[in-house]
Write a new protein. Structure first.
Length: 448
């Protein structure tokens, strides 16, 4: 969760009745196009669409009957965790994250809350229609036996302890739980997702059943109701809490590229928080193995976000393939974002080298000048500073390429939740932040 403006109660907009929710939910939403005039030499927004209000309980129970007994007034949100073209013009696959969650401080310690613990992450197919985002289909992520994986924390001692909406009642850990973020669709109709808990790469069927979850070597995740394979470098065990994989791209040849949201905590959390060095990994879907690893260096935090001085606020939230071995990489804070173009060079592969050994000192994360230390950091070129473009919402987490000079951007609205005890009223109902799920089309002055 990220801090937002003071919460306010939102006026609900109706959803069109009479259509099965999991098949087609037509939404009424307010939205306006904004941006520079046609022909402008600057990047500008050409279209804006928003998602209307769909009660989360109704949405979830249409997919997995009885999964949610009390949605606490929360609407469907979080679908902006990633976006991927669905083939037809204006249609996209999106993915929710683990569901409504927040933090409340109790006796000086922050507790992770899950107000709707029965919520199950879902793949959601949408269509942009005018100024409205319409839900066409939704696919629950399920275990081998057909149960929802949920978004709950996996392992005691490694993941945050889960609590009820008011942070007073402990909830059970769930080894099946996934904090899904990136999504791509394979040629056979199956999906690949990335997860922040493991961190992990997850292969699911066209109908959402987990086929395999690939996790770091040594994770020792037991009790999951689907196949778990330790196939990722063990160094990833040092991922920062709630900062595992967030970006996922599919290269033209079928390989996947996963981005660690933040630098690893190597040798400790302080080093990770101060670091500008994170990692991208290349995964062969044919070999079912990681075949390359790349060092990626953030720009200084005050360059990405002039209002921020905390380096730990830097994140990679999206990576998008834009040709053979070329990627758009989004560097962001919660208030600003910049898109960089990088090329994955074979000579930049550091997989299996000294920086995959967690005893190496200094670690990759501790290097102030990795290139000077002989690390082949990926070169990058700024494409656009989203903070300078009018009409782009905050916290963009999903990016899709529409054509050579147009991108679709979608935000994560955190299900309308804020952190703190004031997130819910005295009756345990959400005090909505008023932040909507918003998709914009961004026109670039130069093609990619």
């Amino acid at each position: 969760m990220s801090p937002h403006a003071p919460a306010r109660r939102r006026v609900r907009r109706p959803v069109v009745a009479g259509v099965p929710l999991a098949v087609a939910v037509a939404l009424m939403a307010a939205g306006t196009a904004s941006g520079a005039p046609s022909g402008s030499g600057a990047a500008h927004v050409t279209r804006t669409a928003t998602l209307g209000d769909i009660p989360l309980g109704a949405f979830s129970n249409a997919l997995l009957p009885g999964s949610v007994d009390n949605d606490r007034g929360v609407d469907l949100g979080g679908i902006g965790s990633d976006i991927y073209p669905a083939g037809r013009k204006g249609e996209y696959w999106t993915i929710t994250d683990r569901g409504p969650n927040g933090q409340i401080k109790v006796s000086g310690t922050k507790r992770r809350t899950f107000p709707v613990p029965g919520f199950d992450p879902a793949i959601v197919k949408i269509r942009v229609s005018g100024d409205t985002i319409k839900v066409l289909d939704a696919i629950p992520i399920t275990t081998s036996s057909g149960k929802g994986v949920t978004g709950l924390s996996n392992q005691q001692g490694r993941d945050e302890a889960p609590y009820s909406y008011n942070a007073q009642t402990p909830l059970s850990y769930n080894p099946n739980g996934l904090d899904t973020e990136g999504i791509v669709r394979a040629g056979d109709g199956s999906f690949w997702l990335v997860d922040e808990y493991g961190p992990s790469l997850v292969h699911v069927s066209a109908r959402g059943k987990v086929l395999t979850r690939y996790v770091p070597k040594g994770l020792r995740l037991t009790g999951a109701d689907y196949p778990v394979v330790e196939a990722l470098p063990a160094v990833l065990l040092h991922r920062k809490i709630n900062r595992g994989f967030e970006g996922l791209a599919q290269l033209p040849g079928g390989d996947l590229v996963m981005a660690l949201q933040s630098p690893l905590s190597l040798p400790d959390g302080d080093a990770g928080d101060a670091s500008l060095n994170t990692r991208l990994l290349r995964f062969s879907t044919k070999k079912k193995a990681v075949t390359a690893e790349y060092a990626y260096r953030f720009d200084p935090v005050n360059v990405v976000d002039p209002s921020e001085d905390d380096t730990s606020e830097l994140k990679i939230s999206s990576v998008v393939a834009v040709g053979d071995d070329r990627l758009l990489v989004e560097e962001r804070t919660d208030k600003a974002a910049r898109l960089q173009l990088v090329k994955l060079e074979r000579k930049s592969n550091i997989l299996g080298g000294r920086y995959d050994d967690d005893t190496t000192s200094p670690s990759l994360e501790q290097l102030d000048d990795p290139a000077g230390a002989g690390v082949p950091v990926l070169a990058k070129k700024l494409v656009v500073d989203l903070g300078t473009v009018s009409g782009v919402p905050l916290k963009i987490e999903g990016i899709a390429r529409v054509d050579h000079d147009t991108l679709a951007l979608i935000n994560d609205n955190d299900f309308g939740m804020t952190d703190g005890a004031g997130a819910f009223d005295a009756q345990g109902r959400l005090v909505d932040s008023g932040i909507e799920t918003t998709l914009v089309y961004l026109k670039l002055p130069h093609g990619i």
